[in-house]
Ligand binder design. Sequence first.
Ligand SMILES: *Cc1c(COP(=O)(O)O)cnc(C)c1O
Length: 378
Amino acid sequence: MECQDYGLSRTGERENLNLNPLQRGGFLTEDARKALYEFSDGYSVCDYCAGRLDEIKKPGISNFLDDLANFIGVDHARTVHGAREGKFAVMHALCQPDDTIIIDGNAHYTTYLAAERNHLNMVEVSSNDYPEYRITPENFKETLDAQFDHGEDISLILLTHVDGDYGNLTDARAIGKIARHYGVPLLLNCAYSMGRLPVDARSLKADFVVGSGHKSMAASGPIGVLGLKDEWAEVVLKRSETHGVKEIEMLGCTSRGAPIATLMASLPYVIDRVEKWDDEVQKTRDFVEKMEKIGGIKQLGVKPKDHDLVRLETPVFDEIAEKHPRRGFFLYEDLKKRNIVGIKRGQTKWFKCSTYGFNQEQTDYIARSFAEIVEKYS
Ligand SMILES: *Cc1c(COP(=O)(O)O)cnc(C)c1O
């Protein structure tokens, strides 16, 4: 049979300035692109495997996992297929069906799905209201107290380090201290932080951390990182009864080819780039200031920004859309003419964007472009 055309080209998204926060931290390094080619065949990292993926010496996966564990401040690191698989594995190892876990109100949908797949009950810690949607240690403490007052056990606390809706950076350390005080393990979801900003599980008092290679660690993916303290190794890295060397929650082996090779190739670069995080934050704050000078644009989430993911309320674009012959599509199309992509087609009321990794000139150009589009129609 003849296959259809699958449209496997992405030059438009790659060659323009892509503002989609999802895309900013997953750009491959030159070395990662080489590794991607080198390890493009199936099972390509398994040539010299003696039964354990994490112990492979060539390519140096075991050395890589040691470096990774040091980088994120944990005793053991494993790769998984994404942050979600890491969360699922921890929940599956620690909890029984019908157990209750505490999650924050800004949790990613994959937290809910991982918990559902494990048949867990979730209790949400609510954020404060519009426009901040802040998650506070006080609210965490209140929710925990209420649970314990009802005599309910809690198997796990899952905190989103930086959420994907508002880009709010939570006070993980304070919440980690509370978790420790109550003796409940804490899993910190660092999909939007690990690889962008310094994450040290030890100082944040997290028992587990998960990260996302394709989101924030310059890897092709799908690949995630799971880090844990030694005291949990027996539970989470438990071996099979039938195949003694294999770890059950990893289903034996996780990433078996190109995705892990790209993460390995990018690690030295990622270790360096988190040191420049303060510059990224400053650039983001300046960008927000410029955007808010455009009438009616308002940043949602905690101010000033502590992360590159910015959510903007943009009624001014919505008003233009009402009269524009192309309706809501005008914004996407006007941006595209200026080689800017990554805002969803048709979306004008609000959008999320990020300038992570762009230089100052590019960032200024982006802010200026939005201002010019508003001017053009006023
Ligand atoms: C993107 C994202 C995820 C999912 O990451 P995967 O690696 O694709 O599983 C989970 N949590 C948050 C907060 C995210 O932003």
